[in-house]
Ligand binder design. Sequence first.
Ligand code: 6PG
Length: 476
Amino acid sequence: MAQAEIGLIGLGVMGSNLALNIAEKGNRIAVFNRTVEVTRKFYAEAGELQGHIIPCETIEEFVAAIRPPRPIIIMIKAGDPVDQQMELLKPYLEKNDIMIDAGNANFRDTMRRFDNLKDSGLTFIGMGVSGGEEGARHGPSIMVGGTEDSWKRVEKVLTSIAAKYNGDPCVAWLGENGAGHFVKTIHNGIEYADMQMIAEIYGILRDGLKMSATEISDVFGAWNKGRLNSYLIEITEKVLKAADPITGQPMVDLILDKAGQKGTGKWSVIEAQNMGVPATGIEAAVAARSISSMKDEREAAEKVLGLPGGELKVADKAAFIKDLESALLAAKIGAYAQGFAVMSAASKEFGWNLPMPVIAKIWRAGCIIRSQFLDEITTAFTKDPDVANLIVTPAFAAMVKETDGALRRVVSAAVLAGLPVPALASALGYFDSYRRGRGTANVIQAQRDFFGAHGFDRTDGKDAHHGPWGSGAATF
Ligand code: 6PG
């Protein structure tokens, strides 16, 4: 068989599905897994795709099977295993060969790996892949970071396997070194916010309006036909409808309310904080997952403190459900605006030149946050790629003005009823702070000056940079 276009190491769930996708699109691929039996089983089950797959049992055989310069996808557990795999691979590689980490890596590791290879003649791509198992098999969204030359070597294969939105492939080269993994991290941060906001709305419907899982499923189903149309709303409708095969009860009612997290949400928040960019929706979502995991503490606290608030006061249920739909849209706008603002700051900080309209474009299909809404974001950033914030683009400003009243009503009602809505409320706080020309930080500046002589700027531009605080104040 002729040499493979690309190689892949790691035939776990994501790796094997990606390899089958690559083969199915007519590309030859060499595959290797540390445990030989896994490679044999994968090949045996590949059916008619076998003709495009070269199963390899040793690293030497694997490397020799790929056309140089060799792009090699490493799809294994993020972290140390990637460094170890790279070390094992390096002695067999030649000038211009490209190691591609397709896992959910911390972009700082990606930058380190990229830099470490700088004088070795080898290069590195950090590639964010979104879409889960199904996406990997039939079309993920792919975010690439590395040199432009290395991108050119893999462009054809990646374009062939990526999801398509109205024929546009959802893959792009986003910049050097950590750009791809950074964008994937923020994708996941937004994913956290989106999921948390959906969960809060579910909580209002379940605990406020006392609706059953099946009834709530119908609400999400109806919303999925409207402006909230998205993969996450679609799967929420489905999970709420599913019945437990053992008891026949709604499956969701039997799932413990403790959410896991593997780190990308937290990294999004840390990087946003590092750059001084508010990402309150993502912060609220990460914190909500952490609090969810404290199940025992929460149960104990409920016994001590009781549940706050009272009944959810709703005069017109149908109108309130309409409000919930608009509130979710408004809050979603806030979270996405923050995510894009974080990427825009990182682009400057790390010199990536991240193309905002392209990022929105490649998230329209294939990835977990795919939605119709991302097409609207694409249009807004295409018209104004350098805008300071998505919410001041004409289209999104209009949407915020149209929906934030509903968000205000929903958050108020939930707060009065004692229903937790940290992510929804964060969006409201963000809008209200961001749109207010005169804020309240003057008093913070005065306090800082009082106790620490930190100084302040005056509104009239005059020179006095310290206040007349008198006794007890810090001296300067
Ligand atoms: C994706 C997902 C995927 C994974 C998350 C889950 O884009 O396909 O984001 O990468 O499901 O990493 O993350 P948590 O386990 O932290 O929720």
